[in-house]
Design a protein around this ligand. Structure first.
Ligand code: TYD
Ligand code: MG
Length: 458
């Protein structure tokens, strides 16, 4: 009998070690190592091919000239947000990993996709819910697909058998953590099972040219192995995120072999499924009758799409010895840098002030062009001077207090103009790009944070 081998894996990043470790040397997480039984000899390619009912032929190397070129064949769904994050539709033979916290709406999104792709033949494999539960969910959603097959199964070999019978045009696996391959002895959801089953689906996608979506759960406490360990083997990684207290959901591209890796899709969770949000800026700017201090509008970009968002700052006298710095929607370090710049360049002392930052709508932003709006929101709250809600900002702030140019300034200005803003403050370095735009909006260009202060707060 073959000797049973075991190894320790980090459930966060998949790092393998022969002994238990307290801290993972690659992702630096603590207490993530679990022991798993592996039997490497079993997982050879021959076995996989046998199970995929395919004959193993040894491959010969080819020159580029002899490789058949294939056009990038894509399935276009009626969900424009999904098409956008995938770089223009679902690429045939692609393996897409979709991560997200439990309950955020992953199953809903992909069941809706399967239903909306009618009359294409789709296989939706669920290891989490029963057929009746899935049917109940499907009945809430407005689409109907005669050719949608539901399979509640977790054994990959049995799933492959069904796939060869049904021959679907698209496969959805919900979720990869529930899948289980008989080639590996570790339990479901362990690092080696996730890797093994994902590798089997990858081979299937490449050999049959059927696109496969793998849904994966992310948990903050790392109690189950996360989809992070698969990021390198899949073609595209999407993340579905949002605050459960808001109805907005964001589908974000983290990696994409077939398109831009910084795209964003926005949805609203309704009682009958997810609705695409076509005009997100209108939703992210709260409508208020009067101007309030501490609130400014940033003209940001997420991927190819302009997004106007409200940034709010609250600066108040601290009662503790260490002032509080609390942010939602941006990186805390970003705020700390901006506060230091304001202190050094403008003489604003935040040392005895608590500072809170919030991005309206529960969305998280990384675009550095947010800086200018943040700085203005901070100053506005500090001085308790409200700015007109008809002004918006787009500029990055450097450590010397200089206002740097940002990408795609024309798109940002056009979006602000379309939404009825009267004035946009940009970097002087961006001014040449904005010169020839035919818009009604007044464009103000500045070079230094000091100028900003003089313009609005004295
Ligand atoms: P679900 O897709 O099950 O999340 P996940 O697969 O990411 O765990 O979504 C669950 C939530 O979505 C649940 O709280 C109910 C809500 N929901 C709606 O609000 N409207 C709907 O039409 C559907 C199907 C679900
Ligand atoms: Mg689910």
């Amino acid at each position: 009998m073959a000797k049973i081998k075991s190894a320790f894996f980090c459930s966060n990043c998949g790092y393998e070690s022969s002994k238990w470790l307290g801290k993972c040397p690659t992702c630096l997480e603590w207490n993530t190592f679990t022991e798993e039984i592996i039997n490497k000899n079993n997982t050879s390619n021959e076995d996989l091919n046998y199970l995929l009912n395919q004959n193993y032929e040894s491959k010969t190397a080819l020159t580029l000239k002899n490789i058949k070129s294939s056009k990038d064949v894509r399935i276009l769904s009626i969900d424009n947000e999904l098409n956008r994050v995938l770089g223009g539709g679902i690429v045939s033979g692609s393996l897409v990993l979709v991560g997200g916290e439990p309950g955020i709406g992953k199953s809903t999104l992909f069941l809706q996709l399967a239903l909306s792709l009618s009359p294409r033949k789709i296989l939706y494999v669920s290891g989490e819910e029963s057929e009746t539960q899935i049917k109940m969910r499907a009945e809430r959603i407005a689409f109907y697909n005669e050719q949608l097959y539901i399979l509640t199964e977790t054994n990959t070999q049995k799933i492959f058998k069904q796939i060869s019978l049904i021959e679907p045009e698209l496969i959805i696996i919900d979720s990869i953590q529930t899948m289980h391959s008989i080639l590996i002895e570790s339990p479901q959801g362990s690092v080696s099972q996730i890797r093994q089953t994902a590798a089997e689906f990858q081979r299937l996608a490449k050999e049959t040219h059927v696109p496969i979506f793998l849904i994966g759960h992310i948990t903050k406490d790392g109690s189950i192995a996360g989809p992070k360990i698969l990021e390198h083997i899949v073609d595209t990684v999407l993340q579905f995120e949002g605050d459960r207290h808001y109805s907005y959901r964001i589908l974000r591209t983290l990696k994409n072999r077939f398109g831009n890796a910084a795209e964003l899709g926005i949805y609203e969770m309704l009682h009958n499924g997810l609705k695409q949000v076509d005009n997100p800026s209108e939703l992210l700017i709260t409508q208020k009758p009067e101007a309030l201090s501490g609130s400014t509008i940033a003209a940001t970009m997420e991927g190819m799409r302009p997004l106007l968002v409200e940034t709010q700052a609250l600066v108040s006298q601290t009662i503790y010895s260490t002032p509080q710095r609390t942010v939602t929607g941006i990186d805390l370090r970003r705020l700390q840098i901006l506060l230091a710049v304001l202190e050094k360049r403008g003489g604003f002392l935040f040392g005895n002030k608590d500072v809170f930052i919030n991005i309206a709508g529960g969305i998280r932003l990384e675009d550095p062009s947010l800086d200018l709006a943040l700085v203005c929101a901070l100053l506005s709250s500090f001085q308790d001077i409200a700015l007109s809600p008809k002004i918006c900002f787009a500029g990055e702030v450097g450590l010397n207090g200089e206002i740097r140019g940002v990408t795609k300034i024309e798109t940002r200005i056009k979006e602000a103009d379309k939404l009825g803003f009267e004035k946009i403050i940009i970097s002087g370095y961006n001014a040449p790009n904005a010169k020839n735009l035919k818009t009604n909006i007044e464009i103000v260009s500045l070079y230094k944070v000091e100028e900003l202060y003089k313009k609005f707060f004295v």
